[in-house]
Design a protein around this ligand. Structure first.
Ligand code: PEP
Length: 251
């Protein structure tokens, strides 16, 4: 099980430091914890938290190695600042920065070339779900965003219905299970069932709904936005993941 915090453009540095202290004091040895921190915080967070067992990731990278791209960062820069992975294709970047799946694929190739793992986000809008196009949209995003030669051991998929992000609305267990099945089939076709990457759910995951989401067999963890800014809520989600993990191992 993987639980990843996406701090987005939050919090202020002093609050980030308080959160880091809390994260460092929590111990969840049976799951993987990841923090996608704002780029200016990567160095301090990696210094403070990798020794506490967290993996640190950037929230985006450019597809070029270097050059005249004001405001952007390269995959190598992320790696040199202590990141071991990068979040790509988040719906906020697809919507606000015009990132197409083809651009996401280029960024994925660049990140993997620098030995970064990639958490790649896919998900449909409310209008696409209402139009019964959700599955096709996600299939198309997967096909176009995952480069041909991307090794499965460097890839994690996060299914994030856009309408569930930051809204308090969570996809129903049946819808989550159905979409995770669709994603698993696409990945199995490409990589074989035994090598397929993990699939996380993201979208208003919190301390109250995490256990029920983690009881869905193909849900391999969560990408958490808002609740990752509260140390207690994030710890509760990690505890739910660790409990679900133990249950799966026992089974
Ligand atoms: C996210 O930003 O990826 C996310 C899932 O946010 P939230 O948990 O706040 O819905």
């Amino acid at each position: 099980m993987i639980v990843a915090a996406n701090w987005k453009m939050n919090p202020a540095l002093d609050q980030a430091s308080v959160l880091a202290t809390a994260l460092a004091s929590q111990s969840f040895p049976k799951i993987k914890r990841i923090l996608f921190a704002p780029h200016p915080y990567l160095v301090p967070m990696s210094v403070r938290l990798t020794s506490a067992g967290l993996e640190i990731g950037g929230q985006d990278c450019h597809f070029a190695d270097h050059g005249a791209f004001t405001g952007d960062v390269s995959a190598a820069m992320l790696r040199d600042c202590g990141a071991s992975l990068v979040l790509l294709g988040h719906s906020e970047r697809r919507a606000a920065h015009g990132e197409t799946s083809e651009i996401v694929a280029q960024k994925t190739t660049a990140a993997m070339a620098q030995n970064l793992d990639v958490m790649l986000c896919v998900g449909e809008t409310k209008a696409e779900r209402d139009d019964k196009k959700a599955e096709q949209v996600v299939i198309d995003q997967l096909q176009a965003s995952i480069p041909k030669h991307a090794p499965p051991n460097r890839l994690i998929i996060a299914y994030e219905p856009v309408w569930a992000i930051g809204t308090g609305a969570v996809a129903s267990p049946d819808d989550v299970a159905a979409m995770h099945n669709v994603i698993a089939s696409v990945l199995a076709e490409r990589y074989g069932a035994n090598h397929a990457p993990s699939i996380l759910y993201g979208g208003s995951v919190n301390a109250d709904n995490a256990a029920s989401l983690f009881s869905i067999p193909l849900v391999g963890g969560a990408l958490v936005g808002g609740a990752s800014l509260e140390a207690g809520a994030f710890a509760a989600i990690c505890a739910a993941a660790q409990a679900a993990n133990s249950l799966r191992v026992d089974l």
